[in-house]
Every structure is written in structure tokens, then in C-alpha cells.
Design a protein around this ligand. Sequence first.
Ligand code: HEC
Ligand code: HEC
Ligand code: HEC
Ligand code: HEC
Length: 230
Amino acid sequence: MRGKILLVMVAAIALLGAGVALAGISTTKHNLSSTGTGTIKASAGQQNDEICVWCHTPHAANTAVGAPLWNKATPSATYTMYGTTLAGSTPDATPNGITKACLSCHDGVSAINSIVNQAGSGGYTAGGTNVAFGTTVAGTAYTMPAGVTQIGTSLANDHPVSIIYTAGKASLVATSTTLTGWEGATTVANLLRSTKVECSSCHDPHSSTNGLFLRKANSGSALCLGCHAK
Ligand code: HEC
Ligand code: HEC
Ligand code: HEC
Ligand code: HEC
């Protein structure tokens, strides 16, 4: 009997472990290796048929972007920022690092397949180079196709980003407010990057447990209500 219970427990723990692994980036559209769940990805056997390489490198990262160990070129587009400042705050004139990191694939003009330090040895290009990606040949830029995932270069019609979080404005709660059931955050302060709201305040690019990489499923507008006491 004891042995059986132990076996069941071991199996349950193994399943739990598998569950955690499944909740990671590998089962999302941000797995741009050939095993990813989306349609925009590398083909099996291509040099960069890996997961992290499309965003991070352990060495020789592009520090100019301001995202951790970033492996992509600095986007050269000019962005229009959110302009309707009902609550009074004005976003920074240009997007900050983490937001720029997202835009380097989502702006529709920057190449998704441009990376700085390629997988394996030998493929380093300081400014980034367009590598072979699926049926796209090396040297050609693969940009985000038109559609809802193409945010574009105008952020005027998107929730403000690269904007300072000031409690009280727009009914924003105190940064010490506790959050329950959010990915990677237990307080509102955890959502901010250098005291500002950026794309990754609402999204965790590594996990789509809540769908659309959201840090909290937005049923009942729970995501919005995490910051705005409306
Ligand atoms: C689609 C792009 C993308 C891919 C692919 C990606 N990351 Fe990230 N990663 C980011 C961004 C953007 C940030 C900054 C996130 C933030 O501000 O919260 C980040 C942050 C991190 C951090 C530091 C912050 C944290 O969340 O702990 C670690 C560690 C990390 N990534 C590891 C990985 C590993 C390991 C892989 C591959 C299994 C990977 N990432 C794949 C975009 C990506
Ligand atoms: C290396 C390129 C790359 C980077 C960097 C990147 N994305 Fe994506 N993202 C993609 C691709 C490719 C898709 C799939 C698009 C499609 O199929 O239309 C995607 C899809 C998404 C989706 C939709 C997911 C779904 O399930 O439909 C969201 C939300 C998203 N990304 C947010 C972000 C955010 C936020 C960041 C920055 C923290 C970011 N992405 C950085 C490439 C990237
Ligand atoms: C204030 C929170 C918030 C911020 C900041 C934010 N997003 Fe989102 N994003 C959402 C929510 C909520 C959804 C789901 C919308 C829906 O269900 O239609 C979403 C959806 C998306 C999608 C999927 C397409 C769509 O509209 O459904 C993409 C791609 C995306 N976001 C990228 C980004 C990028 C890139 C940034 C930074 C420029 C960003 N997001 C900043 C909350 C945010
Ligand atoms: C991470 C915290 C955070 C989350 C989550 C968040 N917001 Fe905001 N929101 C802000 C900040 C910061 C501002 C800028 C307020 C200011 O102008 O000072 C803002 C501003 C706004 C504004 C007013 C913009 C203006 O013109 O003044 C609206 C409307 C808004 N958010 C709606 C939403 C909705 C809808 C959601 C959910 C999809 C959401 N917010 C989620 C932080 C957040």
C-alpha cells in the first residue's frame, strides 16, 4: 500500500514537473525554433534552430537596446508615441529598451530574423544580420506580416508605454499594492521597468499560460484592474 501511494506521488510530481515545462516558452509562438506552435519560425536543421537565440545571447550581446543579453539589432524605425494625455503624464519621446525589444519584431519594419550572435561558432555581426529563417533566405529581412500582431511604428493607438507610473493619476493604485495570480509579479512595483510601464508590464514574453503572453488573464478586466482602481 505504502509503495503504491509513493508511486502515485512520484507520478504526480513527475506530471507536475511536466506541467511546468509545458507552461514555458517552448509551447508558445515565441518559440521561433522549428518546434514552435506558430507559423513564423525556423526550419528544422537551420543554423539558428534554437529558442532563446532569437532574442538572447550568452555573449557579445547588443547592450544598446537595453533589454537583457539582447541578440537583435537596434531597431532603426522612428516611433510615434501615445499622445492623448488625459491623465496628464507624457510618455518618453522614444520607446525604452524593453519596449524597443518587442518592437524589433512587432513593428512590421524591423527584421525578425536579424540576430547579432548566431548559434554555434563564427556567426557574429555587430549590427545584426538577416539569417536564414524558414523559407526566407539569408540576407533577406523577414518582417511581421500585416495583422493584429503587427503593432506598427505608431504607438499612438496603443496603451501608453515608456510612461512613468504615478499613483493617483488615471486612478492608478499604489505601487506597493499586492497582486495575486500574476506571472512574475507580486506587487505593482514588479510590473514597472525603471518606474515606467513598458510592454512587459502586461506581457511576459516567455509564458502564454494566460494566453497572449499576458501576465494575468484579462477576464473581468483583471489585468487592467491590477493598476487602475476603476
Ligand atoms: C521573443 C523574445 C524572447 C525569447 C525567445 C526569449 N526571451 Fe527572455 N526575455 C525577453 C525579454 C523582452 C525580456 C525582458 C522581460 C521583462 O522586462 O520582463 C527577457 C528577459 C529574460 C530574463 C530576465 C528576466 C526574467 O524574466 O527572469 C531571463 C533570465 C530570460 N529572458 C531567459 C530566457 C531564456 C532562457 C530563453 C530561452 C529558453 C528566453 N529568455 C527566450 C525576450 C525573450
Ligand atoms: C524575435 C521576435 C519577437 C520578439 C522580440 C517579440 N515577439 Fe511577440 N511574437 C513574435 C512572433 C513571430 C509572433 C507570432 C505572430 C503571428 O503569428 O502573427 C509573436 C506573437 C506575439 C503575441 C501574440 C501571441 C498569440 O498567442 O497570439 C503577443 C501578445 C506578443 N508577441 C507580444 C510580445 C511582447 C510584449 C514582446 C516584448 C516583451 C514581444 N512579443 C517580443 C515575435 C517576437
Ligand atoms: C496595459 C497593458 C498592456 C501593455 C502595456 C501592452 N499590452 Fe499588448 N495586450 C494587452 C492585452 C490586454 C491584450 C489582449 C487584447 C485582446 O484580448 O484583444 C494585448 C494583446 C497584444 C497582442 C496580440 C494582438 C492583439 O491586439 O490581440 C500583441 C502582439 C501585443 N499585445 C503586443 C504588445 C506590445 C509590443 C506592447 C508594447 C508596445 C504591448 N503589447 C503593451 C495589454 C497590454
Ligand atoms: C502596469 C500598470 C497598468 C496596467 C496593467 C494598465 N494600465 Fe492603463 N495606464 C497605466 C499608466 C501608468 C497610465 C498613464 C497614466 C498617466 O497619464 O499618468 C495608464 C493610462 C491609461 C489610460 C488613460 C490614457 C490617457 O490618455 O490618459 C487608459 C484609458 C488606460 N490606461 C486603460 C487601461 C486598460 C483598458 C487596461 C487593461 C487592458 C490598462 N489600462 C492596464 C498603467 C496601467
